[in-house]
Structure formats: structure tokens, C-alpha cells
Write a protein that binds this ligand. Structure first.
Ligand code: ITT
Length: 194
């Protein structure tokens, strides 16, 4: 039978909402780690998105023993040699990440402003543990635009608009998180058919 419920190992309400919006219509309910009774935030000391996603998923799985997903994600900027990358959440105080990034990028010309969002979704159940990856490529703008989304969305331009100018549904069509969650969904669907 297809899995119908997943616990999401995250303390980020925006990630939780996006995962619900993406998986809800596919018939998979996402419940938060808090709702599942797992109050933890393990140290994310891995070197890669996959490592950190697995650290978070494992910590919650060990408490709830139900199928768990965790998201580790971040913004990788070409002109900054991939920074902030796995340090995206710690790059600046919450709410100031865009300001700091725009400042670091102030002398970078148009043609060198490429960046991508990367996402690793770790999945753990009693039989397996595995990561699924997604990516979204765009450019860093020169100012913040839009009020939707979170984190670096107001400065990340995809096809002419920032992710913060998009409706949730539009972002969820093209985002790194959506791509990784779709990979997981395809995997679960195939496994169920075996
Ligand atoms: P959890 O670890 O509890 O899931 P977190 O916010 O600390 O929450 P990460 O360690 O994975 O998550 O850090 C990811 C950071 O990367 C996040 O805080 C944002 O600053 C940025 N980020 C990731 N996905 C993003 C998105 O879709 N839009 C904007 N910024 C994003």
C-alpha cells in the first residue's frame, strides 16, 4: 500500500507548509515533528545537504519510529564559490540574510549573478534510508522584491520574477523542494508497485 502519512523533521514552518501543499493533492498527509511528539533539533554538522538531511530525519525517526522525511536546503551562489550553501540558515540573523547577500553581491555584474537553490529530502522508514535531490537555478537580483515565501526568496529571480513574487502554487511548480519531493514520490509509487 502507498504510504499515506509522513512525519516531517523540521522546525521551519515554511518548509512544512510547502511540503503539505505539494504532497496533499497526491494523497500523502504531512505531520510536523512537533505534532508527532518529537521535540528535537540535532546539531547539523554534516558537510553536505544529504548528510544534514539524514541527521535530522534520523533524530526524529529514532523517537517516532514512523516514516520520516527531512529537508536540508540552501542557496549556492556562483560568484561566492557556492556560499552560503549548507550554512544558509546561519549566514545572517533571521530576516537579514537578503540584506547581507545583496551587500556581498553589490559589485558583481549581471552576467555573474547565477545561483541555485539545492534541496535534499531524506526519507527513513523501517526498511530503508535514502536522499532525494532537487535544484532550482536562477539569478540574484539587486533588491528585495515580493512578500511571499521565506529566506532568500525576495532576491532569487526565476524567469523574471523573484520567488517571493510568486504565488505558493507557482513556487511549488519550480522549486528545489518540489523537485526533490517529486523524486521521493516517484520512488514511493514504484516501490509500492513491486
Ligand atoms: P530545519 O533545519 O528545522 O528544517 P532550517 O530553516 O534551519 O529548518 P536548513 O538548515 O535546511 O533549514 O536551512 C535552509 C536555509 O536555506 C533556510 O533557513 C533559508 O534561509 C534557505 N532556504 C532553503 N530553502 C529556501 C527557499 O525555498 N526559499 C528561500 N530560502 C530558502
Amino acid at each position: 500500500m502507498m504510504i499515506s502519512k509522513l512525519v516531517m523533521a523540521t522546525n521551519n514552518a515554511h518548509k512544512l507548509r510547502e511540503a503539505m501543499e505539494i504532497f496533499g493533492p497526491l494523497g500523502i498527509e504531512i505531520i510536523s515533528q512537533r505534532e508527532a511528539g518529537a521535540d528535537c533539533s540535532p546539531e547539523e554538522n554534516g558537510a553536505t545537504f544529504d548528510d544534514n538531511a539524514l541527521i535530522k530525519a534520523e533524530a526524529v525517526y529514532n523517537i517516532v519510529r514512523l516514516p520520516v522525511i527531512a529537508d536540508d536546503s540552501g542557496l549556492c551562489v556562483d560568484a561566492l564559490q557556492g556560499r552560503p550553501g549548507v550554512y544558509s540558515a546561519r549566514y545572517a540573523p533571521k530576516g537579514e540574510e537578503c540584506v547581507r547577500l545583496l551587500d556581498e553581491m553589490k559589485n558583481v555584474p549581471d552576467e555573474k549573478r547565477q545561483a541555485h537553490f539545492a534541496c535534499s529530502i531524506a526519507y527513513i522508514d523501517s526498511e530503508m534510508r535514502r536522499c532525494f535531490n532537487g535544484c532550482c537555478t536562477g539569478m540574484i537580483g539587486y533588491e528585495q522584491r515580493g512578500k511571499n515565501g521565506f529566506g532568500y526568496d525576495p532576491v532569487f529571480i526565476y524567469a523574471g520574477r523573484t520567488l517571493a513574487e510568486m504565488k505558493a502554487e507557482e513556487k511549488n511548480n519550480i522549486s528545489h523542494r518540489a523537485a526533490a519531493l517529486r523524486e521521493l514520490y516517484e520512488f514511493l509509487k514504484e516501490r509500492q508497485g513491486e
